[in-house]
Write a protein that binds this ligand. Structure first.
Ligand code: ADP
Ligand code: MG
Length: 339
């Protein structure tokens, strides 16, 4: 008798959860990205005990129809890509169809949703990948996902969580980064009932920067904008005199995705050149738009790193744009003037 068996979905989902659901902030990330993909203009994130006890994300997006509710928790079930060619032309934040299945395997989840075409709002409750209850609730368009008792059935994961303060800081950081990437969306984050972050959602990036950092800092930044054949960039950078001791004030947003890129950090720092003191880094919030076919987001399950085509063209564009921007605030004296 053969001994190899395909594992049950529940087990496969828990293994997948090992990759994408590391901590409460990973759940926040997946749920907020789903809300953005659903074209929400307002997203409220409520955490209890840094999300370990409860994470609740409420959006005003297009919703999920009743018959899709159980499907949303199936492994590899998604409405965002249907065939392999779609994989090279991703226009959404999600596409793996793994998040809800993973989250549903390591917590107790309740989803409520209603679309414009529905006349009632449906809910479903999942515990350890199993449907516990389904029914109707008070009508309101949009979706609310409530994740309770995260890692209740995976004690090793639960044990590895850090302090409430640290876990909360991860979620806060994520919400601030995503708010910078989506100035048109109004975000609100509360912890144990208290508001800890909010953005206006009026499309003004500088105002989001003011909410994330201080208004005075936001006012001191200078706009940067440029275009090449394949890329367009815009955002804000600091004067060489306004610097920080860490690179964490450098934000890259590629097609609406907040990403880390050592390569782009280095390009930016090099563009400031000797104007920066050793060990000091600029502040920068730079949005990069490009054809989705030129970026591979399927590099890592959390999609925090991406692979770009035409990196040289982008580096050149950033370098030139930084030079031009800094020249305006700190012009290199022309020959006539220096006489
Ligand atoms: P993915 O985002 O990769 O498609 P998920 O497991 O995160 O996979 O979600 C599964 C599906 O559930 C999504 O494709 C989408 O159709 C639906 N969905 C999840 N959250 C929302 C939401 N907040 N609003 C509307 N639809 C949602
Ligand atoms: Mg998703």
């Amino acid at each position: 008798m053969g001994i190899i068996k395909q594992m049950p979905d529940f087990l496969a989902n828990q293994i997948a959860a090992g990759e994408v659901v590391e901590r409460p902030a990973s759940v926040v990330k997946e749920l907020v990205e789903n809300a953005i993909d659903a074209e929400s203009t307002q997203i409220i994130v409520e955490l209890i005990e840094a999300g370990i006890q409860q994470i609740k994300v409420t959006d005003n997006g297009k919703g999920i129809i009743a018959e899709d509710l159980p499907m949303a928790f199936m492994a590899h079930a998604t409405s965002k890509i249907y065939e392999s060619t779609d994989l090279f032309n991703i226009n959404s934040l999600g596409f793996r169809g793994e998040a809800l299945a993973s989250i549903g395997s390591v917590s107790k989840v309740r989803v409520e949703s209603m679309t414009e075409d529905d006349d009632s709002r449906h809910f479903i409750e999942i515990e350890g990948s199993k449907i516990i209850e389904e029914g109707l609730t008070q009508a309101k368009i949009g979706t609310t996902v409530e994740v309770n008792s995260l890692f209740y059935n995976t004690p090793a994961r639960l044990k590895h969580l850090k302090t409430i303060k640290t876990e909360l800081s991860h979620s806060l950081k994520f919400i601030q980064n995503i708010a910078l990437a989506y100035p048109d969306i109004r975000f609100k984050l509360t912890h144990n009932g208290q508001e800890i972050f909010a953005s206006h959602g009026n499309g003004n990036l500088q105002q989001v920067i003011a909410s994330v950092y201080q208004p005075a800092l936001a006012r001191d930044l200078i706009p940067i904008q440029s275009e090449s054949d394949d890329f367009s960039i815009n955002g804000f950078i600091s004067k060489p005199t306004l610097t920080r001791t860490s690179k964490q004030y450098i934000h890259w947003i590629i097609n609406g995705r907040s990403v880390k890129s050592y390569m782009l950090d280095e390009v930016l720092i090099k563009a400031y050149g000797r104007q920066l003191m050793i060990g000091r880094y600029p502040i920068a919030i730079i949005r990069i738009q490009l054809d989705p076919r030129l970026v591979d987001v399927n590099v890592h399950p959390t999609k925090q790193t991406v692979r770009l085509s035409k990196e040289d063209e982008l580096s050149e564009l950033i370098t030139q744009a930084v030079h031009q921007t800094l020249d305006v605030v700190n012009p290199i004296p022309s020959l006539e003037e220096s006489d």
